[in-house]
Design a protein around this ligand. Structure first.
Ligand code: LMR
Length: 546
């Protein structure tokens, strides 16, 4: 069998008490879980959220779009010839896809190798239709079907046929990926924005009043994760789809998610609402570079063609190959009602064993900050666009901490408020250290721009999110501009590339002076004078003692 022989990732079973605070619970398992990259969290048995997707009106009526995945090409494929024309997304007709036989097991051919490899848009389905499609595919693929007249549920009920085990499906999956003999095409309803489709969790409505649905307010309801105190993402105002607004995944047998890390090396939390298992493979964050090297070594032609291949999420590599090259890989089988947590920079991949539905969102407990900083520095080197403004979140967390220090200092804590941000500060706190590192970086970059005229950013500066014209580094803290092109900005590292004008025509824009940033560090370390100064100057607070 081609089934990879790898160890299991850990499973955590929080008590009801431990399950009360998601962010605190994640922090409590972090040290153990990060050695594996992924882990499974099984909620207490009493936690059984209802799933609104199962309501008849939704199940039978609401359509979603799928993408077509060619499973046999995920690892073994010829590099595509370069196209000069942009690729047109073909939209297939559902009817054709519902026919089986040779449709999903055609002999391999390289006829379409002129297109860039990716997942083309597939048919639209309702959940009811997709379940039927997925079940029929699996029955036919594994030769499970006894008689055309009997539906899969009837067959299962009467146990008239053999059903492949998770291990058998896994063996077959890797056989297709590693040594394909046929074409196997499946559809995946992936990355469905829950803001437009629907979330699998109940949402609170304004009419709920005091009679609050416990699952609507639960901190494990992925719609609420973005608002949890202690998560840096809670400071993001924009509805970034997939990062702060969850995405839904409607899977069928062999539908895959290929090796990738989360944007900005964020944590992710994935919950399975219903259906057949999802098999996960995870690599600890500390081994990310090793995985990338191994992928490059094993798939040199694909990387030559597309150096940023891993950002495309279209490539698998057998966990056995990774393991043989010293990359530790762990496995987890997620079932309905269970969470899978992925840790910062932990590569993960996997596939579904049959019809199922999962939902996922990113999480950012404060210990994510150094990983996020590392991510934006790598993005800068790779000239890759960012999805969030790391500096904006970092500065917001720091300001929130100063506000809490101030409240603590003047004993004016309001209600139930917890000092979540203040508690991550002090001389050697995670938040203090994250700010210190960033301020140090800024002061080094400033040395190269010491001769420039400088100016404070005004309100107009914030009218758009600004990024360096060449490396796309986010320009929340500082930026360089030139009189020759006032709408063009560079980061402090790319002043010379901005234009060929003399230095005296260039201006450096700053949100805070170095002195202000150093006072911020002192405030986070707990210095009361610095707390008062920052509170008054930047947070509009008025110290009672004047
Ligand atoms: C999936 O199930 O396909 C995704 O949720 C995997 C992921 O990385 O979140």
């Amino acid at each position: 069998s081609q089934r990879p022989e790898i160890d299991d990732a850990p499973i955590f079973t929080p008590t009801e008490e431990e399950f009360k605070d998601a962010i605190q619970y994640i922090a409590s398992i972090r040290h153990q879980a990060e050695k594996y990259g992924i882990c499974r969290i099984i909620p207490p048995t009493s936690w059984r959220p209802p799933c609104p997707l199962k309501e008849k009106s939704f199940w039978e009526c609401q359509e979603f779009n799928t993408r077509v995945q060619q499973v046999d090409k995920l690892q073994n494929r010829e590099p595509m010839k370069k196209r000069t024309q942009p690729r047109v997304q073909r939209k297939r007709k559902r009817r054709k896809r519902l026919r089986f036989g040779m449709t999903h097991r055609r002999p391999s051919s390289s006829a379409d190798s002129e297109e860039k490899f990716g997942f083309q848009s597939g048919s639209d389905f309702t959940l009811e239709e997709f379940q039927k499609y997925a079940d029929e595919f699996k029955q036919e693929y594994f030769g499970m079907k006894g008689s055309d007249e009997i539906s899969l549920s009837e067959i299962k009920k009467h146990k008239k046929i053999w059903e492949p085990s998770v291990e058998e499906i896994e063996g077959e999956y890797w056989r297709i990926v590693i040594g394909p003999t046929d074409e196997v095409e499946v559809d995946y309803g992936a990355d469905l924005d829950t803001a437009t489709f629907c979330s699998g969790f109940t949402k609170l409505s304004s009419s709920d009043g005091n009679n609050k649905d416990p699952y609507g307010v639960s901190c494990w309801n992925l719609n609420n994760l973005r608002r949890l105190p202690g998560s840096v993402i809670s400071l993001e105002d924009e509805d970034i789809s997939g990062v702060v607004v969850p995405w839904l995944y409607v899977g069928m047998c062999f539908s895959s998610f290929c090796w990738h890390v989360e944007d900005h090396f964020l944590y992710s939390l994935n919950y399975m609402h219903f259906g057949e298992p999802k098999i996960w493979y995870g690599v600890p964050g500390g081994e990310a570079v090793k995985l990338e090297e191994s992928m490059r070594k094993n798939l040199p032609k694909l990387f030559e063609e597309q150096p940023d291949l891993l950002h495309e999420l279209v490539t698998q590599l057998s966990p056995s190959v990774l393991k043989s090259e010293g990359v530790p890989v762990y496995r987890s089988v997620q079932r309905p009602g269970e969470f899978v947590l992925t840790l910062p920079r932990a590569y993960h991949s996997g596939f579904n064993c049959g019809f199922n539905c999962a939902e996922a969102v990113n999480v950012a407990p404060v210990d994510w900050l150094p990983h996020g900083q590392c991510a934006v520095e790598l993005y800068r080197e790779q000239h890759r666009k960012t999805s969030i403004s790391h500096d904006k979140l970092l500065l917001k967390a720091a300001k929130e901490a100063v506000r809490q220090f101030w409240m603590n200092l003047f004993n004016c804590k309001s209600g139930e408020e917890k000092y979540v941000w203040m508690n991550t500060c002090g001389k050697d706190g995670v938040l203090t250290n994250a700010i210190k590192t960033r301020v140090k970086m800024e002061s080094v970059a400033l040395e190269g721009n010491a001769t420039l005229k400088s100016k404070k950013m005004d309100k107009d500066y914030d009218s758009v999110d600004r990024e360096c014209f060449t490396c796309f580094y986010d320009l929340h803290l500082s930026a360089i501009s030139c009189q020759c092109s006032p709408d063009r900005f560079a980061c402090l590292n790319h002043t010379n590339l901005l234009c060929s004008c003399e230095m005296d025509r260039k201006i450096a824009f700053f949100r805070y002076s170095m002195e202000e940033l150093n006072t911020l560090v002192a405030a986070l370390e707990g210095d009361p004078t610095a707390v008062c100064w920052w509170g008054q100057k930047h947070l509009g607070l008025v110290c009672p003692s004047g």
